[in-house]
Write a protein that binds this ligand. Structure first.
Ligand SMILES: [Fe+2]
Ligand SMILES: [Fe+2]
Length: 270
């Protein structure tokens, strides 16, 4: 099972640039082309939030057109830039998206791996939250299959990264979420977005990893008090390789075509 994770595509309407600088649709088109060229092709694609930049219907329509060349199923996750109602309405054929209730939360099977998607959005805010209702939902889902290897997916990561200006937006309910996750050693990983770069940490008995953006990255500013910037570092996606008995192995796949050379001497390979 090969799961590709793309994140933070921030699609805007035609003729409009994110932050006045970034043509996010062109970047996503490159990412889609990249996913189509991968060998082997991913079995499914997780898109971990901030799908649209302003949550407008025409942004989701454009996103839909950009994703169309993908033959693998795409699972959409809401981020702080998204609008739940507009997202569901433009992707009404995505049957896994719930039609009732406030939150866009669902589960699906990826081979013998179970995927549980959480909604961490607080409308109108940048930071994330797992409130008691969402925590109750997750507790019930995890309780249904305590022995199945499970991946929890959400837009906001529940840990502090050291990038202060992003950490400052906060994550409510992280302690209770951590206590719940710690009771379920079958949670192989928590996969998140929002940080626009790959960051990993051991957390409450599992591993949390955030994904790069398909477009602009959050600049790596670890100095205390550093101002926030975005950076046009190489965009990337994550490839999660799941093999029973081996666990979830996560690779970074940079988007683009790069020169490759064979190793000259077999004995020096690697
Ligand atoms: Fe984002
Ligand atoms: Fe975000």
């Amino acid at each position: 099972m090969l799961i590709a994770q793309i994140s933070d595509m921030h699609i805007r309407a035609e003729g409009s640039l994110a932050y006045g600088r970034v043509e996010t649709a062109t970047f996503l088109a490159r990412a889609v082309d990249h996913l189509r060229r991968l060998q082997p092709r991913p079995d499914l694609i997780l898109a971990t939030g901030d799908l649209a930049d302003g949550g407008a219907r025409d942004e989701y329509r454009r996103l839909r057109r950009l994703l169309e060349p993908l033959s693998a199923p795409v699972y959409l996750v809401a981020g702080n830039h998204d609008d739940r109602a507009a997202l569901v309405s433009e992707f009404s054929d995505h049957r896994y998206l719930p039609r009732t209730g406030e939150f866009l939360q669902y589960t699906f099977d990826a081979g013998d791996l179970r995927v549980v998607v959480m909604d961490t959005v607080i409308p109108g805010k940048v930071g994330g939250e797992v409130c008691s209702e969402r925590l109750g939902w997750l507790s019930a889902r995890l309780g249904e299959a305590r022995n199945r290897p499970t991946v929890v997916v959400m837009h906001h990561p529940p840990f502090e990264t050291g990038i202060e200006f992003m950490d400052g937006y906060g994550f409510e309910g992280g302690e209770a979420l951590g206590e719940l996750i710690a009771k379920h050693p079958n949670v192989e990983a928590v996969l998140a977005g929002h940080l626009h770069r790959r960051i990993s940490v051991r957390w409450r008995g599992t591993v949390v990893t955030t994904a790069p953006s398909t477009a602009h990255q959050v600049a790596l500013t670890l100095a205390p008090g550093a101002r926030g910037h975005f950076s046009l570092e190489p965009p990337a996606c994550l490839l999660h390789l799941w093999r029973p008995g081996q666990g979830l192995v996560t690779h970074t796949s940079y988007i683009g075509t790069f020169v490759m050379h064979p190793f000259r001497e077999e004995r020096l390979a690697g």
